[in-house]
Design a protein around this ligand. Structure first.
Ligand code: MG
Length: 352
């Protein structure tokens, strides 16, 4: 097996604006593992503000300790290879996810199967929500109407700045899109405990499906305090990277749901463990992604087709790309993601 890395930058068709940054491109490290004439692909997105993973750091981790750990292993040793990837370094979940995905993709191709088929799925369409870029109430309402016209029926609104203004903005979006579409909120750790309870209670007549990460990631007591005081389900995102974090959330009763992301937990193998652990403890699940391309999102889509989650998943990232860095792979049609029918992730190579 030979391991190669590629740095890619893919332009978005619309700037993606959050409270933390404005993105015009998706920046990723793609990992290609070749065996004979087959290539497996994986992706590590740049996520400075959440995991702290950079492209340079991910590249160094993949080409250094992970490559060393895999040295001498054959492509048949998938389970051992996946274990070595996770043990090769501390942190570096993006790098681990990229190699874990590429190893799964390569294994599926060696069996002549799609990645989702290899994972045990017979479902080749999954649904996604779409996130509205941050803006004032009017801009958000317009974006909400536009995305519904694009065929999306689950909209995610970023909140977590000023709680009172957040309530007004969300009300305007609900008015603009009407009662038919589902609305979910993501505060990205931006509220205090009290702001969170006040804002969520104030919006309980707006039919909010869930509120993601209302308070700081490390404040599990605070998140439990919020969860106890509102009817709207609370979804842990930044609070949960790996299994130990999910166990802590369960112990604290900090959330009703967890958002599993490959770039937080280190790939498909740890993600499966998280989904099983959550289910066995009555924690509902969704799978999300960072700003990444058809490789990383394709792997997450394959995962949820084989391991169904409790609510519509958060896999719109690659929809934002004006140009994909790779040919082939998943295809969007409104809120539907069509999985490929060709082997692995269906990716045939880099777009030059
Ligand atoms: Mg989130």
């Amino acid at each position: 097996m030979k391991l190669t890395t590629h740095l890619v930058s893919s332009p978005l068709h619309t700037p993606f604006i959050t409270a933390l940054r404005t993105a015009t491109h998706a920046e990723s490290l793609l990992v290609e593992i070749t065996d004979g004439d087959l290539s497996g692909w994986g992706e590590a997105p740049q996520v400075w503000k959440v995991t702290g993973d950079s492209l340079a750091g991910s590249q160094a981790c993949v080409e250094g300790p992970i490559a060393t750990a895999l040295d001498g292993l054959g492509p048949d040793d998938l389970t051992e290879a996946l274990r070595r990837v996770q043990n090769a370094a501390a942190g570096n979940f993006g790098a681990k996810a990229a190699v874990d995905i590429a190893l799964h993709d390569l294994a599926a191709r060696r069996h002549g199967q799609t990645l989702h088929g290899f994972l045990g799925s017979t479902v080749d369409v999954v649904r996604t929500d779409v996130t509205l870029s941050v803006g004032d109430a009017e801009a958000l309402a317009a974006a909400g109407r536009a995305r519904v016209a694009d065929g999306f029926d689950v909209l995610k609104v970023k909140v977590g700045t000023d709680a009172k203004a957040d309530v007004e903005r969300v009300r305007r979006v609900r008015e603009a899109i009407g009662p038919g579409a589902t609305l979910r909120l993501d505060a990205n750790q931006g509220w205090s405990r009290r702001d969170a309870v006040n804002a969520i209670r104030a919006l309980e007549d707006c039919d909010i499906e869930l509120v993601e990460q209302p308070v700081e990631a490390a404040d599990l007591e605070g998140m439990a305090w919020v969860t106890d005081r509102v009817s709207t389900p609370i979804l842990a995102d930044e609070s949960v990277y790996g299994v130990r974090d999910l166990v802590n959330v369960i112990r604290h009763g900090a959330a009703d749901m967890v958002n599993v992301k490959l770039a937080k937990c280190g790939g498909l193998a740890p993600a499966r463990t998280l989904l099983e652990l959550a289910r066995s403890h009555g924690i509902r699940t969704i799978v999300g992604s960072m700003m990444e391309s058809h490789v990383g999102v394709g792997a997450a889509a394959a995962l949820v087709s084989a391991y169904p989650t409790s609510a519509v998943n958060d896999l719109d990232a690659a929809w934002w790309l004006r140009e994909a860095p790779v040919a082939g792979g998943i295809r969007y049609e409104g809120s539907l993601i069509h999985l490929p029918s060709t082997p692995g992730l269906g990716v045939t190579g880099l777009v030059s």
